[in-house]
Write a protein that binds this ligand. Structure first.
Ligand SMILES: *Cc1c(COP(=O)(O)O)cnc(C)c1O
Length: 428
């Protein structure tokens, strides 16, 4: 697919051609586990990565591959690997880079589940994370040590209306010679293209806006193809003979596709966090309308945030689309089409008022999800962030008096009317 097509064309066509066997115009759901080899030589070539093709659906599947190619095209990367969830994508992004004893320097403003995964679960692999305020670039650079293998942040951070200065963070990553991994879930490539700001890898929870209809969990890791894995000797899995793949030197053999091939040939093969073709199909359907949906999400979020900020029952709104946000000045540079559709609102009356408000909302669904066509609400302090300490919650922008709203693509007037009646009942 030629790179000169615009975003709206790529979101429909990238990665897909009419099915060569049947002419089917839509990408078929290749519901198969395995693929017949033409002959023994063909099988050997596939296993040696000398020829690209399909072996077994834990590794690759044509429906899933179409989605991977499409996401890579939208992000401006050279390749992508799809996986079973956003959290799987994060492990898949770190896996080729890390060894036991290595660490990742991560922003303190991340999705609550990511803070949990990085604080505790990755320790079982012998990895660790150091959390730093990424507005403090000196602290970020100081946190990098000899065992650091990646720098990790979100473009628009979930949930506090924070926009990362990707250019500044990438400059630090560049100076210390480490890959920058950006979780672009909240922004989507329509609002922000992290690779253009210096990201090495982009991770997604495709569960959210990319699918957009709340049907499946999925994830993806996109490689920019720009990082030199051999320069520092810090990434032997990619630069040195890899014992897990009969001594193949991935970077030397596969160049800019080293990371993607490693992720498939070893990551998916041995970790097995594979996206299934049915799931890929739902995400392919969703992604066709990504730009249209995101435009409405952002337009609605702006209207709702402006309305809430003026309301006397509200303490504050953290939406970078509002001039009152300390991150408003970054919108034009990092996400010029808008600050996303996810923000928090602090309600007068604290924890109790928030709990009442969540029950009183009728159009909004109270769910642990975001990025659906529907408007969603969650009280993070009592749900997604409840396992964090109060300090970590406050730091992540999920204080007791705070509700997180994911603004859908319904009529803005209906969304506002629902918030109005629920605020009345919550703060009565
Ligand atoms: C949801 C989410 C994740 C995790 O994705 P899953 O698909 O739920 O595993 C990671 N990062 C962000 C920003 C998210 O919103």
């Amino acid at each position: 697919m030629t790179k000169s097509y615009g975003f709206d064309t790529l979101q429909i066509h990238a990665g897909a051609t009419p099915d060569p066997a049947t002419g089917a115009r839509q990408v078929p759901i290749y519901q198969t586990t395995a693929y017949v080899f033409r002959d023994a030589d063909h099988a050997a070539a596939l296993f040696n990565l000398q020829e690209v093709g399909y072996i077994y659906s834990r590794l690759t599947n044509p429906t899933v591959a179409a989605l991977g190619e499409r996401i890579a095209a939208l992000e401006g990367g050279v390749g992508a690997v799809c996986c079973s969830s956003g959290h799987a994508a994060q492990i898949m992004a770190l896996f080729p880079l890390m060894q036991p004893g290595c660490n990742v320097v991560a922003s303190s403003r991340l999705y609550g589940g990511t803070i949990q995964q990085f604080s505790n679960t990755i320790r079982k692999f012998g990895w660790s994370a150091k959390f730093v305020d990424f507005d403090d670039l000196a602290a970020l650079e100081a946190a990098v040590d000899d065992n650091t293998r990646a720098i990790f942040c979100e473009s628009i951070a979930n949930p506090g209306g924070y926009i990362t200065d990707l250019d500044a963070v990438a400059a630090v990553a560049n100076r210390v010679g480490l890959p920058l991994i950006v979780d672009n879930t909240s922004a989507t490539p329509w609002l922000c293209r992290p690779i253009e700001h210096g990201a090495t890898l982009v991770v997604h929870s495709t569960t959210k806006y990319l699918t957009g209809n709340g049907t499946v969990t999925g994830g993806a890791v996109v490689d920019s193809g720009k990082f030199d894995w051999s320069a520092s000797g810090k990434f032997p899995s990619l630069s040195a003979p890899e014992p897990a793949y009969h001594g193949l030197k991935f970077h030397e053999a596969l160049g800019s596709m080293a990371f993607t091939f490693h992720s498939i040939a070893i990551g998916l093969r041995d970790l097995g966090m594979t996206m299934n073709p049915q799931g890929a199909h739902y995400t392919l359907m969703g992604i066709e309308t990504l730009s249209l949906r995101m435009a409405r999400h952002v337009e609605n979020a702006q209207k709702v945030a402006e309305w809430l900020e003026k309301d006397p029952r509200v303490e504050f709104v953290t939406y970078a689309g509002l001039p009152s946000s300390p991150y408003h000045h970054r919108v034009a540079r990092i996400c010029p089409r808008g600050a996303g559709a996810l923000f928090t609102v602090a309600i007068k009356g604290g924890y109790e008022a928030c709990v009442r408000m969540v029950s009183a909302l009728e159009l909004f669904s109270h769910v642990a999800n975001l990025g659906d066509t529907r408007s969603l609400v969650i009280h993070s302090a009592s749900t997604t962030h409840r396992q964090l300490s109060p300090e970590a919650r406050a730091k992540a922008g999920a204080g007791d008096n705070v509700l997180r709203l994911s603004i859908g693509i319904e009529d803005a007037a209906d969304i506002i009317a629902d918030l109005d009646q629920a605020l009345a009942r919550a703060t009565a």
